[in-house]
Design a protein around this ligand. Sequence first.
Ligand SMILES: NC(=O)C1=CN([C@@H]2O[C@H](COP(=O)(O)OP(=O)(O)OC[C@H]3O[C@@H](n4cnc5c(N)ncnc54)[C@H](O)[C@@H]3O)[C@@H](O)[C@H]2O)[C@@H](O)CC1
Ligand SMILES: Nc1ncnc2c1ncn2[C@@H]1O[C@H](COP(=O)(O)OP(=O)(O)O)[C@@H](O)[C@H]1O
Ligand SMILES: [Mg+2]
Length: 277
Amino acid sequence: MIQKLVQSKIKSILKIRNSDSNKGTFGHALLIVGSKGKMGAAVISAKACLRSGVGLLTLDVPSKERAIVQISIPEAMVIDRKNKEIDFTFFSAIGIGSGIGITKNTQDILIQLLEEYKQPLVIDADALNIISSNKKLLKKIPKGTILTPHTKEFDRLFGDHIATEERIKSAVKKAKELNCIIVLKGHKTVITNGTETFQNTTGNAGLAKGGSGDALTGMITAFLASNYTPFESAKLGVYLHGFAADYTLKKQSMESMLITDVIENIGYSFKSCLKSP
Ligand SMILES: NC(=O)C1=CN([C@@H]2O[C@H](COP(=O)(O)OP(=O)(O)OC[C@H]3O[C@@H](n4cnc5c(N)ncnc54)[C@H](O)[C@@H]3O)[C@@H](O)[C@H]2O)[C@@H](O)CC1
Ligand SMILES: Nc1ncnc2c1ncn2[C@@H]1O[C@H](COP(=O)(O)OP(=O)(O)O)[C@@H](O)[C@H]1O
Ligand SMILES: [Mg+2]
């Protein structure tokens, strides 16, 4: 049975920030995102991550592109994509894939990460595409990892599907098989851990624009770093992302809405969902 992901469920998951907390309380996230010409994906996912409550954020980007993120997001730290000495285990949560491309260097980083990091990851976009073209990597995905494919990425990973119902059934089966969370993105995003399945009730067609999914990756990574479980992180990310997009319609139309407008409204999503009933 598919349950509706409604606000009462989100309210029961969201934790109030303790007044005596410090940045260490909310984890240190690493986002391996962006590449030449797709640094927008890095900026978008980083901003969404920071707006979702993470304590510290480091971005892994190509060294030639670092100025873009250092100037546009002073809150984030930056490391060099080519640095093979990086200790992935230092980070509380890692998101990989948005805008990274599928070059040999990028493939090597994903393979190194899957060898060394045994905690749940957030895997999106080109990292999913790399796995699609090297299916042996599916077995190396850490337990509890959140995969965030859109329809086309899902079919690249698990084979072509014609009907949505059929694709949802496959998502449930694959989540169980791989011991992971699948966020099947689309008009009504489905989130499954193989046992329980939810369908989102927020969001609108203003999100049907480049960058919307990159923001979602940043949000889910922030929740994972802040100690929410992988399933909770996926639910919080998907619901609050859509809620912020719906709030954006107060000032923008679906046509004019930018994902950067939506990111500015993530705060409103928190305020609404943290309010007492
Ligand atoms: N500013 C930036 O730097 C941006 C970077 N991006 C990155 O560009 C790379 C390519 O990603 P794309 O997803 O564009 O390329 P893909 O080739 O994976 O998929 C895009 C195609 O899939 C089709 N499609 C079918 N069903 C869909 C669904 N439910 N949701 C979304 N698309 C669906 C679309 O119509 C489109 O033609 C990724 O790494 C992504 O993160 C994009 O997010 C765009 C913005
Ligand atoms: N018509 C729609 N209604 C609701 N949400 C949508 C719609 N179209 C796209 N979205 C949301 O926008 C995001 C798009 O992700 P994705 O296709 O990966 O974008 P990108 O890779 O360009 O950042 C997903 O979270 C998806 O659920
Ligand atoms: Mg995407």
